[in-house]
Design a protein around this ligand. Sequence first.
Ligand code: ZN
Length: 548
Amino acid sequence: MKHFLTVFFFLLLSLSSHSQGLLQAKDYFTEQDSLRGSITPERAWWDLNFYDLKITIKPEDKFISGSNTIKYTVLEAQQILQIDLQPPLQIEKVTQDGEELVLRSNINAHFITLKKEQKKGDKNEITVYYSGTPRAAKNAPWDGGFSWKKDSNGKDFVATSCQGLGASVWWPNKDHMYDEVDSMAISVTVPKGLMDVSNGRLKSVEENETTTTYNWIVANPINNYGVNVNVGDYVHFGEKYPGEKGTLDMDYYVLKDNLEKAKEHFKDAPKMMKAFEYWFGPYPFYEDSFKLVEVPYLGMEHQSSVTYGNQFMKGYLGRDLSGTDWGLKFDYIIIHEAGHEWFANNITYKDIADMWIHESFTTYSENLFIDYYYGKEAAADYVIGTRKLIQNDRPIIGAYHVNNEGSSDMYFKGANVLHTLRHVVNDDEKWRSILRGLNKDFYHKTVTTAQIENYISKAAKIDLSAFFEQYLRTIKVPVLEYHYDGKELKYRYTHIVTGFAIPVSVSSAGKQLWITPTAEWKTSILKGDIATFKVDRNFYINQKEVAN
Ligand SMILES: [Zn+2]
């Protein structure tokens, strides 16, 4: 009973969260969705090189101001360039080589006419100056923006989150995922007595009259929604982690009052690093370090500064999503959000319709963490335990080119699909080499679902096109229909897409048998009692006994 209530409570929580922002179902799309979600002609002709973002935050007025200098390479001679910034923030001016430029605005999208002739191969830059009262987060991180909070001592505690909504909710940029900036600088000015923690490494701190400026440098490519500012009365502790690529700096920033709690609780961080380097390969951002940063919301996978708000509890705010108690062995936010360093920050979707690449693999990573420390059966208990949260309401993949995510099934169904795939591959060393290979071949890259599908099919030496079609693009769960006449087992798949024919492990009276059903009836010899006939629980496939 306890487990049922736990799961039910989470389901309510997750549904209410998702229905307000990220992951909400949408029936129609607007011009703004296309301007955000597609590679418009005004985006396609230039390649991002560097952002120099400078921002001043005034918590007492909930006001920000600053500039972003955008360096780019001209791929094709064009004169109009699109930059995104969401109202109520306003662009004050845009300059190139000191000259002010004319812009035409269409709500979030701003089209800038460049005066200087843009020649193929040239490296140019523009600076966008902006200010205003940014959108306040309604339900961070799902419905994001700026979270303006106070800590228990009454000090300002401020953070940004913007996945889906877009980084243009708080700073001007090329707000599409296909083009990641190669590196960036983030300079954040805050009132004296507060500290900003952003991505990458802290290069310098400038003391001004009433404010302090924190200058952060990100050495690696970073996606827009991964960029963040976190402002609070932070204290720091850290450790040197001996990792696969050498010594990794792991740094932790928490509110002053939580230091002792965090020192004990964040022991999950090096444990996470050990398990995930084993399964996925080296942490992808050694140059930028790894950080956990306390924030006034649940958490988010901000690259190299993973944000943390799980209240120093095990599980998901103290609850186990799987209902098996394995989920109480670790802090969900530390494990899940850090898992995104490999799947989201290292391998990043080009289009948010393919968000499963982030969430399915990362939700799946939770069970690999359990596998590493508690073994394969415990891990299977956990991931299979989350199956009851699958809704099969819409496909996992969303609509392309309109900034649209698929179903929230990308979490628990996605994890179970990958768990199924591990058992289809049926060779754990090969499976691990596929997961590590993905992170090596797509290192610091933006990708499509097709690239991931093809990579896994090729590496596994199995044509998985129908498998992915079934689970990612339909809501049908395959059914293994069977009939046993005392001697022969007859079986076939129903509720499948054309060509779905994955091998599946079944058992009867303790004996295991591999069969490869298709849409046509097939026959195998089976000895034993049909009452005990079972599809191996590791396969996300339903079974149904039918009359001959
Ligand atoms: Zn996630």
